[in-house]
Design a protein around this ligand. Structure first.
Ligand code: GLN
Ligand code: ZN
Length: 758
């Protein structure tokens, strides 16, 4: 009979009690013992829940006090020297030090976990001396067994994935590092086998990316070694997020089970299974329930897929599981009381996915008739949403289809727009500007709270926002900035603000997911056709413009960023959703222009987050992302200056796409790439307006004039002075007022100095 499993469960808890416990500990409000007790309670609760729901193979060691990559690193004794670690089990203070920094040592870098919004701590191999400091999977296994009688499945990050995601070594040292790490893994699995552990899940998501021949050989070495070290242990080699690259090599590795993503990698993986079959000595972990979407599954369709698989892999060698860890979805829909009924019925967060898995497993193992009613209930719920008015906006669909058929573009090429804009705006050489937000002080947040609670009227709140705008318009004037912004005081967040004003969005009360460490985000849900309803940013922008003669830039979040930071409906292609958003934003751009705003910035910091893992799919994604941006921005007059802004990641390999967006001016974060980005522009001879951030806004430090001058000079060795703008790296909302004013004064002075030189 088939059995059910998941690859991991969310850590945060229904009430984000995990986050609260962590933050209380960091703040010194609870001691370590209390913290450990709380964490254990949370962990055990999650296991109890899976047990109660009827999940048969329950993961352990998927839980973490911060991040599973960091857990793996400290387990292997990989602690950078600067944290003063001296061997033995890594203390919590060091563990959190690596994650968050200490007074003496800076934190390790954090980066995106494949193409998700989860961020892991990047292990620094460099000067570390690896040793197995403790066998964490074993401890987690024992805990589940002793406390709850659960025969758990320990989860471990596999050696190849761990190595590939680590830094601090040169490519030609890879094998040397593998030689150091592999014996530790071997020891770990041997101890698991000695304990009588039946299944271990070793995560190797790296195998869905293109591997070199060397890596393929390493994979073979790793799994041969581990199997020899623990012959009685069943190793499930788990892959996810895409189809595996070399199916035949992967399934012939000497392990007991292969876990495949049959949602995000369905086409590739299924085609390979159909073509090459599946080895008769292995168990298939069939990842049929989407671990990354919040939507209820079409269970009849899933059952049909499992039925097909059953024709290839006998039932007793089938594990029905989630496509990846449920870490990426919120905990439970149970306490969502404010969503439209047709939406709520169509949602499945982690707990509901457990139910789906148990149900599907019953359906394949017994007869589908026993659970027919429940299978059909899913159909019905999905049908309700499908036929809802929200998903059937003829007006939106017709307009967007028509627009998407055309190739969007400004009426004139950049060169002619440039002269028209120069003529109109009369900006100095190296115009100075900022990215949009000014400090969101405690006062600003308080005001918004009072207003949301109904303690302040709209009039009171609006008056407050206007005062803030007044203050900052004056400050910008005093400082001598050339292009102003209104400051974004009315916005909590650059996506939520627009989501609340557009149609087709819903907001959960508890739909939190872990982003990094204790930080959780609650993405909006795009569940219907997206439509513009009324102007979203016009009043504040026009107000700011009425207070000054300098140009005020309108400020919007772009279609791709809104999409990538939301949970998105999956009944239509993402491309369509992007065009709907773009069309809605176009109406906002046009409304701003009509209201006399002649510079409009459309931010796209998250473009890269949607980049597909498979290289072959990337060009297509970038093409429609660029097209969406152009749909939103290209209907304006030649003299209207379109700005965009990007940050958070590397852009060096995307410059052609960035250029294709055809924004008159882009401001782009430079400090994180330590200036490397500048050289990418050298090769590409970028020919539109560009501001490379001249200072990092992530720190309260006030950079001096010389430092910024250095950045400017460096950029101007590569870029055309006529096209160069001077601005900070990103928005200033997390900064304090004093430091912001001081930094901007220095920035303006650096710009003035530069004007004299060039
Ligand atoms: N306009 C936004 C701001 O300044 C941009 C934020 C971002 O790039 N993440 O806050
Ligand atoms: Zn930014």
């Amino acid at each position: 009979m088939a059995i059910s499993s998941i690859l991991g469960y969310p850590r945060i808890g229904v009430d984000r009690e995990w986050k609260k416990s962590l933050e209380a500990f960091w703040a010194g409000k609870i001691d370590e013992e209390t913290f450990q007790r709380q964490q254990q309670e949370i962990r055990l609760n999650h296991l109890r829940k899976q047990q109660a729901k009827g999940i048969e193979l329950i993961p352990v060691n998927d839980f973490s006090n911060y991040d599973h990559m960091l857990d793996t690193a400290v387990m292997l004794g990989i602690v950078p020297k600067r944290f003063g670690y001296e061997g033995g089990v890594v203390p919590l203070s060091v563990y959190f030090g690596i994650a968050r920094g200490t007074k003496e040592a800076t934190a390790s870098e954090m980066t995106k976990w494949f193409n998700t919004n989860y961020h892991y701590i990047v292990p620094e191999l460099g000067d570390a001396l690896p040793t197995l400091t403790e066998n964490r999977p074993l401890l987690a296994y024992r805990e589940a067994k002793e406390k709850l009688g659960i025969e758990g499945k320990p989860v471990i990050v596999g050696p190849l994935t761990f190595l590939k995601l680590s830094k601090g070594y040169a490519a030609n040292e890879t094998d040397a590092w593998l030689e150091r790490l592999l014996p530790l893994y071997a020891q770990m699995v041997r101890e698991l086998a000695d304990e009588g552990v039946k299944w271990v899940q070793i995560d190797e998501p790296i195998v869905v990316t293109k591997l070199s021949d060397e890596d393929a050989a390493r994979l073979k070495l790793i799994y041969t070694t581990l199997t020899e070290a623990a012959p009685s242990l069943n190793i499930m080699l788990q892959t996810y997020f895409e189809a595996v690259e070399n199916y035949r090599d992967i399934v012939s590795l000497p392990v007991k089970g292969i876990g495949l993503d049959l949602v995000h990698g369905l086409d590739g993986n299924l085609a390979a299974i159909r073509e090459y079959g599946f080895p008769a000595d292995k168990v298939l972990g069939a990842g049929v329930i989407d671990g990354r979407s919040i939507w209820r599954a079409d269970l009849n369709e899933k059952l049909a897929l499992l039925d097909e698989l059953r024709g290839i892999v006998p039932e007793e060698r089938l594990i029905v599981q989630s496509s990846c860890s449920l870490l990426h979805v919120p905990v439970s829909t149970e306490r969502e009381t404010k969503l439209p009924a047709e939406l709520k019925g169509a949602l499945a967060f982690a707990d509901e996915k457990l139910d789906e898995l148990v149900l599907l497993t019953k359906a394949v193992s017994q007869t589908a008739d026993a659970v027919r009613e429940q299978l059909n209930a899913a159909d019905k719920a999905l049908g309700l949403l499908k036929n809802s008015a929200a998903r059937n906006r003829r007006d939106v669909q017709e307009s967007v289809t028509a627009i998407a058929k055309q190739e969007p573009g400004r009426s004139k090429p950049f060169e002619s727009r440039y002269s028209a804009q120069q003529h109109k705006w009369q900006l100095p050489l190296f115009p100075t500007t900022t990215i949009g937000s000014f400090p969101q002080t405690a006062e600003v947040r308080k005001a918004r709270q009072l207003w949301r609670k109904g303690e302040w009227t709209n009039e009171q709140y609006n008056a407050f926002i206007r005062e803030q705008i007044d203050t900052w318009v004056k400050l910008q004037e005093e400082i001598g900035i050339d292009v102003f912004v209104h400051g974004e005081f009315e916005r909590t967040d650059m996506v939520e603000f627009f989501g609340e004003k557009l149609e087709g969005f819903a907001f959960t009360q508890n739909g939190w997911v872990q982003s990094y460490g204790s930080r959780c985000v609650k993405p909006p849900v795009i569940y219907g056709d997206v439509a513009f309803h009324e102007a979203m940013t016009v009043p504040e922008t026009v107000y700011a413009q009425s207070r000054t003669n300098r140009p005020v830039k309108g400020m919007l979040t772009g279609p791709i960023t809104i999409m990538n930071w939301s949970f998105v409906r999956d009944d239509i292609p993402r491309e369509q959703v992007a065009y709907q958003l773009a069309y809605a934003l176009r109406q906002e751009v046009e409304a701003l222009e009509q209201a006399g705003i002649g510079m409009i910035q459309v931010d796209e910091p998250a473009v890269r987050e949607g980049l597909p893992l498979k290289e072959a799919d990337q060009a297509d994604y970038l093409a429609w992302a660029v097209k969406a941006f152009k749909i939103a921005t290209s209907t304006v007059q030649d003299t209207t200056q379109i700005h965009t802004h990007m940050c958070y990641c590397e852009f060096h390999d995307m410059i052609d796409s960035i250029e294709a967006m055809d924004a008159d001016v882009i401001s782009i974060e430079t400090s994180r790439s330590h200036g490397e980005l500048i050289y990418s522009f050298e090769e590409n001879t970028y020919k539109l307006g560009i501001g490379l951030g001249v200072y990092d806004i992530h720190s309260p430090r006030v950079p001096d004039v010389e430092e910024m001058t250095g950045m400017i000079d460096r950029a101007l060795r590569v870029l055309d002075p006529k096209l160069f703008w001077i601005n900070p790296d990103c928005g200033l909302k997390t900064r304090g007022r004093e430091e912001t004013v001081a930094s901007l004064r220095n920035m303006v002075e650096a710009a003035r100095n530069a004007r004299e030189k060039y």
